[in-house]
Design a protein around this ligand. Structure first.
Ligand SMILES: Cc1cc2nc3c(=O)[nH]c(=O)nc-3n(C[C@H](O)[C@H](O)[C@H](O)COP(=O)(O)OP(=O)(O)OC[C@H]3O[C@@H](n4cnc5c(N)ncnc54)[C@H](O)[C@@H]3O)c2cc1C
Length: 464
């Protein structure tokens, strides 16, 4: 990288991280993200080590009038962490976590992964709600909501976000909390990466585990929908203590009887938000709803639960297209449709899931966070996952068709913006999904990023 890239005319600190340009041998690795389909070539990747580096990188992009993509964990399926021709502010070397156990607060750098945060907090018997896969970035997952196992008792990730430090589009560093720049905190609670680079998050923590009860009875799709109906009815009673999803997948490997290999199955996966022994007894009926194909249930450490699904989702191995919509409730017809969609998946690696809400997630007022309305009862997600580029069309069509054919069960047309397909419906979907939060988000976007420098996200266009 030539020297002019690292020394700027604008008043600045000397960049202390790594500047990686297209000629650099590290460029191809550095521009790769979790979804193997994404193939973008930024003008420059600024891999930062410090907040000063982030400020310098942002000022550099402004000086060259280039847009900025922000890389947290790099998991976004639309590939928003990388762009063509712009500057990538890469936070993958900023993964520090500090825990104040007595105040029950964790400070988390903007490139940390959930496994970093879980390990640091569980050392004190604490945790904050995250996602289901340990190498997803804390940043991207949190900024658009964050749906994980602890949502029943502790809400979404954003419901636990109490403060943040943000480098905005002019390179300044702004602290936001309930007392300082509170409108920015509100916007970060669901509004995505629109407002700047979050260099530090501050989360409140709860006593969790270390042992929790994880239930995962697995039934064959061909045996019918009764277990899913019973699970739905069970959650109507216990959804304020059980974070759960019914995940459709394909049986294979030594944990399943050989005669089931290649058949479609569903897992009634649950984490009891509370005492493990109490959870084991409470969740037992879900393991007695018919003949199971397999059963992965057991009491285990919270950090292990957080990594259980990792093997299904290795970074960079698969081509992916994911969509998700909220459902008002879970009707029998929607269950039948989810089963039919699962059977129709062209790839054995694809997953689709029904996620419950309610509990603490539903108790947050619609105007308390940018995420907005919490009255959806459920979510339906379709995760198209495959290997061969020749299968792209069939697999994308499967996710999109499942998305369309479930529309009649949807909740005001709203979608979970962390599963945004490849971003092709971005403007309309963002508008609809933010609902009543949208106008306020436009105001805040216009205040902090009037040039739309941060546009590789579920973009909120500033007023021109
Ligand atoms: C395998 C897998 C499992 C998943 N499981 C779940 C789950 O259980 N629950 C759930 O809710 N979601 C889940 N998701 C979706 C996930 O939340 C999104 O893909 C999210 O965008 C990933 O965040 P990231 O930081 O890894 O992504 P990145 O691709 O790095 O970034 C995503 C977006 O966030 C912005 N961003 C990233 N870092 C920052 C920052 N520091 N400051 C400002 N903006 C930033 C980026 O600009 C981009 O727009 C999963 C995704 C995958 C691939």
């Amino acid at each position: 990288m030539d020297d002019s890239m690292t020394r700027l005319d604008t008043p600045t600190h000397e960049f202390g991280g790594e500047m990686i340009g297209p000629e650099d041998a590290r460029f191809d690795d550095a521009r790769g993200v979790w979804n193997a389909m994404i193939d973008r070539r930024p003008a420059l990747i600024a891999r930062c080590k410090t907040t000063d580096d982030v400020q310098t990188a942002v000022k550099l992009a402004v000086a060259r009038d280039l847009p900025i993509a922000i890389r947290g964990g790099g998991h976004n399926v639309a590939g928003h962490a990388v762009c063509d021709g712009g500057v990538v502010v890469d936070l993958s070397h900023m993964r520090g976590v500090t825990v104040d156990a007595s105040a029950r607060v964790a400070k988390v750098q903007g490139g940390a992964l959930w496994r970093d945060l879980d390990a640091a907090t569980q050392a004190h018997g604490l945790a904050t709600p995250g996602g289901l896969i340990s190498d997803t970035g804390v940043a991207g997952l949190t900024l658009s909501g964050g749906i994980g196992w602890l949502r029943a008792q502790h809400g979404l990730a954003i419901d636990n976000l109490v403060a943040a430090d943000v480098v905005t589009a002019d390179g300044s560093l702004i602290h936001t909390s309930a007392d300082e720049n509170p409108e920015l905190l509100w916007a970060l609670q669901g509004g995505g990466g629109n407002f700047g680079v979050v260099v530090q998050f501050e989360f409140k923590l709860h006593s969790i585990g270390p042992e929790v009860m994880f239930a995962a009875p697995i039934y064959l799709v061909e045996d019918g929908p009764e277990p899913i109906r019973a699970w739905r009815d069970f959650l109507a009673e216990h959804g304020d203590r059980v974070g759960s999803l019914c995940e459709f997948s394909t049986a294979g490997g030594e944990d399943f009887p050989e005669e089931h290999w290649g058949k479609r199955v569903f897992t009634l996966a649950c984490v009891f938000n509370g005492d493990a022994a109490e959870g084991e007894a409470l969740l037992q009926p879900l393991r007695e709803l018919g003949e199971m194909s397999a059963d992965f249930s057991g009491r285990m450490n919270y950090c292990d639960v957080q990594q259980l699904f990792d093997a299904l989702m290795p970074a960079g191995d698969f081509r992916c297209y994911w969509k998700a919509r909220y459902l008002t409730d879970l009707k029998d017809e929607m269950i039948d449709l989810a089963m039919a969609n699962a059977l129709a998946a062209p790839s054995d690696n694809s997953l689709s899931s029904l996620w419950n809400f309610g509990g603490a997630t539903a108790k947050v007022a619609a105007d308390a966070t940018a995420f907005g309305d919490r009255s959806m009862g459920w979510m339906y997600s379709l995760d198209g996952v495959w290997s061969d580029p020749g299968d792209d069309d069939a697999n994308i069509a499967w996710s999109r068709e499942g998305w369309s054919n479930s529309e009649r069960f949807g909740h005001h047309g709203r979608a979970y913006l962390n599963f945004p397909g490849h971003g092709e419906d971005n403007a309309a979907l963002t508008r609809t999904s933010f609902g009543q939060s949208y106008e306020r988000l436009v105001e805040i976007k216009t205040k902090y990023d009037a040039q739309n420098r941060f546009r590789f996200n579920q973009n909120i266009a500033p007023e021109t």
